[in-house]
Design a binder for this molecule. Structure first.
Ligand SMILES: [Zn+2]
Length: 167
């Protein structure tokens, strides 16, 4: 019976950190944490870990956004701004950026919750989070490079045709 109470306290604690819990549950949890040193210690440790987790990664993607955007823009300029394919590129870049920014807090809460539940090391969580976040941006960069290669291939073909044409 006692065991059930502690399990309930830990479940409520985890839920309160991720999606929030009802006021009655919150009151029950507070009461239990005041009475039970074990659960209180565990709750404090979880909260501390989550706070540490939340403090770090937001700074990482912001920096990555700026750098990725700059890189994509430079590549696009190299490829030639008049190129019609650039429109698609800007759409991909914009979409990946928006998706990243919009989903980052949500995804991170999910990662933090998994970390709290299963005791996943912080570094693994951070790497997973950054990977999740950068994949769309990386796809955009790949799209730019691919487009540029095609443009260069076409230019080379055009040049060859020109030189072969008899006068
Ligand atoms: Zn307890």
């Amino acid at each position: 019976m006692n065991e059930d109470l502690h399990q309930r306290a830990q479940r409520l604690q985890a839920e309160s950190l991720v999606e929030g819990i009802a006021a009655t549950d919150q009151a029950w949890l507070g009461q239990h944490l005041r009475e039970c040193a074990d659960c209180a210690r565990e709750a404090a440790a979880t909260q501390e870990a989550l706070q540490a987790l939340r403090g770090v990664p937001v700074a990482v993607p912001r920096d990555l956004v700026a750098r990725t955007q700059l890189r994509v823009r430079l590549r696009a300029q190299e490829a030639g701004e008049s190129s019609r394919g650039n429109m698609l590129l800007w759409i991909i870049t914009g979409a990946s950026w928006l998706l990243g920014v919009l989903s980052a807090p949500l995804v991170w809460r999910g990662f933090a919750w998994v970390g709290g539940q299963f005791g996943v090391p912080k570094l693994v969580l951070e790497m997973g989070f950054v990977l999740w976040w950068t994949v769309p941006a990386l796809l955009a960069v790949v799209a730019v490079l691919y487009q540029r290669t095609i443009a260069q291939g076409l230019a080379a073909q055009g040049l060859q045709r020109e030189t072969r044409t008899p006068h």
